[in-house]
Design a protein around this ligand. Structure first.
Ligand code: ATP
Ligand code: MG
Length: 183
């Protein structure tokens, strides 16, 4: 069910959903956002929040002793980018494509200690692509990973269409600047 949504509300929802795990494991999420308004998205809110929740969940599961996670909201070239960065075990280059396959789990390093079914990222990819977006990963083994969801911004509409749901989200909306700590 696609509807106009505020990226900051999605982020707040996903942070709320992972709060329990974060509190248990001592992780905290630092949230960065632009000063400028970010264009509205057209999303199925529940699905996209689930996608983001999966990325946050992975960031915590695979971060070893590193407790800080960064969540960045950015806007570029008609796309909104929501990126989750951890400083954990990272993913060797040759594995970075395979992790989006169903049931695939990296079989080296700390991952042995972490429970999972290998489905999360395939679901994330499915959801993001169904929104006309893409998911990217940048990672270095032993250093950490950044998973980013890139979503097309809702096309700008003329003033006459304003009431039909076109809106931009002011930077003061949703989460406060620099906040987002979950414990
Ligand atoms: P599930 O999400 O279904 O509970 P999972 O976490 O194992 O299980 P995915 O989320 O699909 O499955 O991730 C696939 C694999 O990619 C993981 O098993 C892990 O090896 C690797 N991976 C995913 N995210 C990260 C990350 N942030 N850092 C390091 N490795 C990761
Ligand atoms: Mg997972």
């Amino acid at each position: 069910k696609f509807e106009p949504a505020d990226a900051r509300e999605l982020i707040a929802d996903a942070i709320e959903a992972t709060k329990g795990r974060a509190n248990q494991s001592g992780h905290f999420v630092r949230f960065y956002q632009p000063d400028k308004a970010v264009p509205a998205l057209s999303v199925d809110f529940e699905s996209m929040s689930l996608a983001l929740t999966n990325l946050l969940d992975n960031a915590m599961k695979y971060s070893g002793e590193a407790k800080e996670i960064e969540l960045r909201l950015e806007q570029k070239d008609g796309f909104v980018r929501i990126a989750v960065t951890d400083h954990g075990i990272g993913i060797p280059r040759e594995e970075q494509k395979k992790i989006f396959e169903k049931f695939y789990r990296v079989s080296t390093g700390l991952v042995h200690d972490v429970k999972g079914s290998g489905l999360g990222l395939s679901i994330v990819q499915h959801i993001v692509e169904a929104h006309g977006g893409k998911i990217t990963v940048e990672s270095e083994a032993g250093k950490g990973s950044t998973f980013a969801i890139h979503l097309p911004a809702q096309p700008e509409r003329g003033a006459s269409n304003e009431e039909k749901g076109s809106f931009a989200v002011p930077p003061s909306g949703g989460l406060p600047a620099g906040a987002g700590t979950t414990n």
